[in-house]
Write a protein that binds this ligand. Structure first.
Ligand code: C2E
Ligand code: CA
Ligand code: CA
Ligand code: CA
Length: 276
């Protein structure tokens, strides 16, 4: 065995050790955050493009770091998915979103909440929702649950069952990040969803990239063909609004239309502390 082989082995082990330590660090950190409830909820408007009315907000999670900084879900959700902690987190988000919803639904506002792929296997989810709906007085008709296309397609029969169960409770459903896996066109007719959220990657390149135009037009046609409402993500400039409207896309979400703000600010009279 040469010294270069030995060196290679050592550096591979070193990297594996770093990765493991990083994972252990995050699992502990997430555990602590769950225990101390050090999460914050943001809300981003989803705008009806025809009249720019906002009656929907997507709820987006942040973790409060030890020094008070807000940590993006991109940093901890993949880890929480691997460890299974995401199921507890999803329930926490649902509980707090329903509390907020009970205070604003009278104004005709709906909240869209993200569910991870793992929550498709949370057998108590329906019961949990029933109890929380009863406890908070939130109206399920004002709750939209988002599941990513990837999760729905990799786990098609669970997804179909869970989406149907959510609809049976009176909730609406959305297929998030749509278009990334083209095969899903085929599945769409069989999934009980109300909304299709077109992945932001196609929208942010829409004006400059003719291929994105073909794809987005096709998704819009398929959505309306199946009787589903389309939402475009990542609407970052005004020029997109007439273009999306011309494709028959009803709703838009993105930094140009409104950035995520604390849920308490999106909903005057509801402070995050009050909902705890
Ligand atoms: P997502 O569900 O696709 O959410 C949209 C993400 O795009 C959000 O990032 C939002 O802040 C960002 N965004 C919105 N408009 C624009 C825009 O115009 N340009 C750009 N570049 N970005 C925009 P965020 O809040 O960092 O969330 C990232 C992902 O983390 C979400 O993607 C979702 O998959 C996951 N996530 C967030 N909150 C939750 C949650 O409560 N539960 C679960 N399970 N996942 C969540
Ligand atoms: Ca989403
Ligand atoms: Ca999305
Ligand atoms: Ca996404």
């Amino acid at each position: 065995e040469s010294s270069s082989q030995r060196w290679h082995l050592l550096s591979t082990l070193e990297r594996a050790k770093d990765e493991l330590q990083e994972r252990v660090y995050w699992v502990e950190r997430i555990r602590q955050a769950i225990e101390e409830e050090s999460f914050e909820l943001m809300a981003q408007p989803i705008m009806r493009l025809s009249d720019r009315e906002v009656r929907h907000y997507e709820v987006l999670l942040r973790m409060r770091g030890p020094k008070g900084a807000l940590i993006s879900p991109a940093h901890f959700i993949p880890m929480a998915e691997r460890s299974g902690q995401i199921v507890q987190i999803d329930r926490w988000v649902l509980r707090h979103s329903l509390r907020a919803l009970s205070l604003i639904q009278a104004r005709g506002i709906s909240l869209a909440v993200n569910l991870s792929g793992q929550s498709l296997h949370d057998e108590g989810l329906q019961q949990f929702l029933l109890e929380e709906l009863a406890a908070t007085g939130a109206d399920p008709h004002h709750l939209i649950l988002e599941i990513t296309e990837t999760a729905a397609v990799t786990d098609f029969s669970s997804a179909r069952g869970v989406l149907q169960a959510l609809r049976d409770l009176g909730c609406r459903t959305a297929l998030d990040d749509f278009g990334v896996g083209f095969s899903s066109f085929h599945y769409l007719g069989e999934l009980p969803v109300d909304f299709i959220k077109i992945d932001g990657a196609f929208i942010r390149t829409l004006i400059t990239n003719p291929e994105s135009q073909v794809i987005v037009k096709a998704i819009a046609d398929i959505a309306s063909g199946f009787g589903k409402l389309a939402i475009a993500e990542f609407v970052e400039q005004e020029a997109l609004v007439p273009l999306l409207t011309s494709y028959g896309i009803s709703y838009g979400q993105g930094y140009h239309l409104g950035r995520p703000i604390p849920l308490s600010e999106a909903i005057p009279g509801v402070s995050h502390g009050d909902t705890t």
